[in-house]
Design a protein around this ligand. Structure first.
Ligand SMILES: Nc1ncnc2c1ncn2[C@@H]1O[C@H](COP(=O)(O)OP(=O)(O)O)[C@@H](O)[C@H]1O
Ligand SMILES: [Mg+2]
Length: 241
């Protein structure tokens, strides 16, 4: 195949390919089966809302896609790379290059300013201090918080803290973002601002986003909604094997 042909195939391939994914947790002598055979493709540029009842396995599936955990069996390929076969060390390296994380409770470092929190992922790179500062400022400007960069988390509202967390998630220009109930702790107006910001990152900057939510109004911001129930996808489109 020509280089151009190979590139075309690469571009057409889904960003995330999941086949026969199983996850079981050990709890003492018991095994708890959480995901039983998930097949899913996520194209590049999608903004996917993953919905389902509490305990249906949403966080488990999201963490597997983000390489925070490894499956019991089955395949997860991201851009053709099999992350299910990676060692913990390889996975952590892969994560730092490819995934931005946004959680319900922000997970900011309380003693650091917004600016320093956003710079954190860049400490793992070889960028100079000046370049880290510059990139963090760009990310904070993008989320509308340039003026608050010297503030610490407890000097910011919940919505502002989540925007700092989003700036931290995008500062290293990851391949995709995973967001677990990113508006679960916010009032309606702050939630809409955060969802609008995620939508802008998807539409205007082409970021692929996978977001867990149990709020149907939050899901409306996504380009596609998939439903998980008791560890299985409901009404998911068939994927090729
Ligand atoms: N680390 C773990 N060890 C044991 N059981 C777990 C662990 N994490 C999640 N579970 C169980 O897996 C099921 C799915 O959890 P989770 O993926 O967090 O669901 P959701 O995010 O949809 O609420 C639940 O029954 C939960 O108790
Ligand atoms: Mg959850």
């Amino acid at each position: 195949m020509t280089d151009a042909g190979a590139q075309a195939v690469q571009a057409a391939a889904p960003l995330v390919t999941i086949r026969g994914l199983h996850k079981a947790y050990r709890r003492g002598p018991e095994t708890v089966d959480v995901l039983h055979g998930i097949d899913l493709d996520i194209p590049r540029g999608d903004f996917v809302a993953l919905m389902g009842p509490s305990g249906s396995g949403k966080t488990t599936l999201l963490n597997l896609i983000g390489g925070l955990d490894s499956p019991t069996s089955g395949e997860i390929a991201i851009e053709g790379e099999r992350i299910d076969r990676m060692s913990a060390g390889q996975l952590s390296n892969w994560r730092s290059r490819h995934v931005g994380f946004v959680f319900q409770f922000y997970n900011l470092m309380p003693m650091l300013t917004a600016q320093k929190n956003v710079e954190l992922p860049l400490l793992l790179t070889s960028l100079s201090a000046a370049e880290r500062r510059r990139r963090a400022q760009i990310a904070l400007t993008l989320v509308g918080l340039a003026e608050r960069r010297a503030h610490k988390p407890n000097e910011l509202s919940g919505g502002q803290q989540q925007r700092v967390a989003i700036a931290r998630a995008i500062v290293s220009d990851p391949t995709f973002l995973i967001c677990d109930e990113p508006t679960g702790d916010l009032d309606r107006q702050s939630a809409e601002e955060i969802l609008g910001l995620l939508q802008e990152l998807n539409r205007d900057y082409g970021k692929t986003i996978v977001m867990v939510t149990h709020d149907p109004r939050a899901a409306e911001y996504a380009t596609r909604t998939i439903h998980l129930d008791k560890g299985e996808l409901v009404d998911a489109p068939a994927v090729p094997h």
